[in-house]
Design a protein around this ligand. Structure first.
Ligand code: PGA
Length: 251
């Protein structure tokens, strides 16, 4: 449900999927929809690095474009990495940081995520910082404790509602078709709102997204939960119709 004065965000995380032609087609489909229909939400796509430029040239003015990671350093001997300033230079406005797949596959700690988020802010990007508990942590009743710890440790200095988005993504809900109960989502989002309001002067306005198996069929229900200000969408962001339906439900 829209928090007063917070414009929702529908963010598509393509992960390591697609091709140049796929990227063009998907973005053209979204841009065509945006050209004719006004949504209550901002719409963002985050393609793999090699397709960012393709996506930017197909995106038109209405669609926001971001990346899925950046390095903490400005430049230097970091083979295979991409600096936040390079993303800003291309025309990206956003970067996803600390996704659970990066925390797991690349051993990214919250301290690393915090350094990357600081680099993103310094480059003028909006950092989408992802947090979420594993299934074992949930079973132990530690969800809120874990999520709050990740936020405290990942939050860069200088964060504001204009340059920070938080995405709550239970690890066990990502790509599994499973989602928490509405009550559980509400409890976590309210806890995040409380924490971020203590930490930031304008924390009441930070967008808090839910992610993990958001689909056209459950989006309206999830987006109606208090303090849910949009969605971070993986699998369903790879189809124009599905992602558009989710974006339309973000209000
Ligand atoms: P999913 O992924 O929508 O495929 O569950 C969400 C994410 O990982 O951001």
């Amino acid at each position: 449900m829209t928090t007063p004065n917070v414009r929702p965000l529908a963010a598509g995380n393509w992960k390591m999927n697609g091709s140049r032609q796929f990227a063009r087609d998907l973005v053209k489909g979204l841009a065509d929809q945006l050209a004719t229909t006004k949504l209550a939400a901002d719409v963002l796509v985050c393609p793999p690095f090699p397709y960012i430029e393709t996506v930017l040239s197909a995106a038109g003015s209405g669609l926001l474009v971001g990346a899925q990671d950046c390095h903490a350093k400005v430049s230097g001997p970091h083979t295979g990495d991409v600096a936040a300033a390079m993303l800003a230079d291309l025309g990206c406005g956003y970067v996803i940081l600390g996704h659970s797949e990066r925390r797991t596959d690349h051993g990214e700690s919250s301290a690393i995520v915090q350094a990357k988020a600081a680099a993103a802010l310094a480059a003028g990007l909006v950092a989408i910082v992802c947090v979420g508990e594993t299934e074992a942590e949930r079973d132990r009743g530690e969800t809120i404790k874990i999520v709050e710890k990740q936020i405290v440790e990942s939050l860069p200095s200088g964060a504001t509602a204009a340059n920070l988005v938080i995405a709550y993504e239970p690890v066990w809900a990502i790509g599994t078709g499973r989602t928490p109960t509405n009550g559980d989502v509400e409890a976590v989002h309210k806890a995040i709102r409380g924490l971020i309001s203590q930490k930031l002067a304008d924390g009441g306005l930070v967008r808090i997204l839910y992610g993990g198996s958001v689909k056209p069929g459950n989006a309206a229900e999830l987006m109606a939960i208090p303090e849910v200000n949009g969605a971070l969408v993986g699998g369903a962001s790879l189809k124009v119709e599905d992602f558009w339906a989710i974006a339309a439900a973000c209000r």
